[in-house]
Ligand binder design. Structure first.
Ligand SMILES: Cc1cc2nc3c(=O)[nH]c(=O)nc-3n(C[C@H](O)[C@H](O)[C@H](O)COP(=O)(O)OP(=O)(O)OC[C@H]3O[C@@H](n4cnc5c(N)ncnc54)[C@H](O)[C@@H]3O)c2cc1C
Length: 411
C-alpha cells in the first residue's frame, strides 16, 4: 500500500498545515498529518457540518485505512455487503453472476467518524477561501469574511470545483462526459418481496443501449445494516447532450442553473416524471427502485485532469486534483492514498515542505491519470461504444486494478 509512514517529524521540523475543505479527504488529511506531528487546521466553506453527500460509498482499504488502523470504526457494524456481481437482462433474467464480495457504507458514517476523530476545535466552518498567495516561507489564505490564516503547507481538498485549482491552474477545464448519473434510494421495506429477493445480496448491473444502471444495498439513515432494513441504492447513467438539454435538466426548482450536481429535492417535476417513465426500460427490479425513490437526484459526469499537483508549498489532493467518473468506485480511495503518500514524503524529507511535495507529485499524477483514463474508458464503453461484456472482471471496482476493493478486511 502507498505511504508506509514510519515515525513522525522531529521537534522544530513540524509544518503548520492548513487544509482547505473539510469533507472526506480534507478530514483524512488532517488526521494523518496531525499524527506525524503537524499542527493542522481545517477550513471548510459550509456553515454547518456536512451531511448526506454521495449517499453510498463502495469501500476500498485506502478509504478507511486511518479509521481501521486506529480502531475507530467497526466496519462490520456500519457497512453492508453483497456477495455477488449480477448482470440482468431487460426482462430481469440473469445474464451473468459471479461470487465477488464488496462492502458499502454511507458518506455520513465516514464523515461523522472522521470529524469526531479530528474534533471540532480546529475544524473551522464558515471559512470560504477567496484568495491564496505564497512566499518562499509561507502561504497566506484569505477568507470571504476578510480574515486570514498563514501556514507552511496548504493542502487543497476543496473538491471537484476547487478554488485553489482554479487559482493555480486557470487553464484546466472540467470536461463533460456526455451523460449524468441519476441516483435514488429506497428503504428495502418499501420493495416488493420479488424485487428484494432479486437485489438483496448482489451488486446488480444492467447494461442497455446508451445506458447502464446498478444497485447495491447501503446502511439506512438510522444506521441499520441488516438485510431487509437497509436502503437499496440506485445509480442510473443516462446520456444527455451538452447544450440546451443539459442546461434545462440542471436548472433547479428555483430557476438556478447548477453545474456539477442537483441535490435531492432540486430536480424539477417534469424531469422527475421523465425519469420515472424512462425507468420502464430498466429490468423490473431496478425499475422499481427508480420509481419508488422518493427524491431522485443527479450528478454530472465530469473529468478533471491536472498537469501538476504540487506548487511550492501548496498541493491539490482528492477531487481537487483529479475528478474522475465513479465507475471504478475509487475516487475517495485515490484521495486518501494521496494523503498517505504525502505524510510519508513529509517524514522522509524531515519536514521540508517544498522538497516533500516535489518527491510526492510524480506518482500521484501517474495514479490520477490512470484512474481517470480507466473510468473514462469504462463510461464510454457502457454509454457510447456498447462493448461491456456482462461478467467481465475488468469491469469491477478498484483503485489500481479491477477488483482491488473486493473482499476487503471487515472485522
Ligand atoms: C455518482 C457518484 C458515486 C460515487 N461513488 C463513490 C464510491 O462508491 N466510492 C468512492 O470512493 N468514491 C465515490 N465517489 C466519489 C466521491 O464522492 C468523491 O471522490 C469524494 O467525496 C471527494 O472527496 P473530497 O473531499 O476530495 O471532495 P468533496 O467531498 O467535494 O469536498 C470538498 C469540500 O471543500 C469545500 N470547499 C469547496 N470550496 C471551498 C473553499 N473555497 N473554501 C473552503 N472550503 C471549500 C466544500 O464545501 C466541500 O466540503 C462517487 C462520486 C459520484 C459522483
Amino acid at each position: 500500500m502507498t505511504g508506509q509512514v514510519s515515525g513522525g517529524l522531529p521537534e522544530g521540523r513540524r509544518p503548520r498545515v492548513a487544509v482547505l475543505g473539510g469533507s472526506l479527504i480534507g478530514l483524512t488529511t488532517a488526521l494523518v498529518l496531525r499524527d506525524i506531528g503537524c499542527e493542522v487546521d481545517v477550513y471548510e466553506r459550509s456553515r454547518v457540518p456536512l451531511e448526506g453527500r454521495g449517499v453510498g460509498i463502495v469501500l476500498h482499504p485506502a478509504t478507511v485505512r486511518y479509521l481501521l488502523d486506529n480502531k475507530l470504526l467497526d466496519l462490520g457494524a456500519v457497512s453492508t455487503s453483497a456477495a455477488y456481481h449480477r448482470y440482468l437482462a431487460a426482462d430481469g433474467s440473469v445474464l451473468a453472476q459471479h461470487a465477488r464480495r464488496h462492502h458499502f457504507t454511507g458518506y455520513n458514517t465516514l464523515y461523522g467518524t472522521l470529524l469526531a476523530a479530528f474534533g471540532r476545535e480546529r475544524c473551522h466552518l464558515a471559512h470560504e477561501a477567496t484568495a491564496v498567495s505564497q512566499s518562499d516561507d509561507q502561504v497566506q489564505i484569505t477568507f470571504a469574511d476578510g480574515g486570514t490564516a498563514t501556514c507552511d503547507l496548504l493542502v487543497a481538498a476543496d473538491g471537484i470545483s476547487s478554488f485553489v485549482r482554479r487559482a493555480v491552474l486557470p487553464d484546466v477545464q472540467q470536461r463533460y462526459g456526455g451523460y449524468v448519473a441519476w441516483r435514488g434510494v429506497v428503504d428495502e421495506q418499501e420493495l416488493t418481496p420479488e424485487t428484494f429477493a432479486a437485489l438483496d445480496d448482489s451488486l446488480t448491473y444492467f447494461v442497455g443501449a446508451g445506458t447502464h444502471a446498478l444497485t447495491y444495498p447501503i446502511p439506512n439513515y438510522d444506521g441499520a445494516v441488516e438485510p431487509g432494513r437497509r436502503l437499496m441504492n440506485l445509480v442510473w447513467y443516462r446520456n444527455v447532450p451538452e447544450g440546451e438539454e443539459l442546461a434545462d435538466l440542471l436548472t433547479d426548482r428555483s430557476g438556478r442553473q447548477r453545474d456539477v450536481s442537483m441535490p435531492p429535492g432540486a430536480v424539477r417535476d417534469e424531469h422527475l416524471a421523465e425519469f420515472r417513465a424512462g425507468a420502464a426500460a430498466l429490468p423490473p427490479p431496478l425499475a422499481e427502485v427508480a420509481v419508488r425513490s422518493p427524491a431522485p437526484f443527479l450528478q454530472v459526469m465530469i473529468d478533471v485532469e491536472v498537469p501538476r499537483m504540487a506548487f511550492g508549498r501548496v498541493c491539490l489532493v482528492g477531487d481537487a486534483a483529479f475528478a474522475v467518473r465513479p465507475h471504478a468506485a475509487a475516487a475517495t480511495a485515490k484521495g486518501a492514498d494521496d494523503v498517505w503518500a504525502l505524510a510519508a514524503a513529509l517524514v522522509t524529507s524531515g519536514g521540508d515542505v517544498p522538497a516533500a511535495l516535489r518527491a510526492w507529485e510524480p506518482a500521484r499524477l501517474e495514479l490520477g491519470r490512470a484512474l481517470l483514463a480507466r473510468n473514462r474508458d469504462l463510461g464510454e464503453g457502457a454509454q457510447f461504444r456498447g462493448d461491456w461484456v456482462p461478467g467481465d472482471p475488468a469491469l469491477t471496482f478498484g483503485l489500481r486494478a479491477p477488483g482491488d476493493s473486493a473482499d476487503m478486511r471487515v472485522t
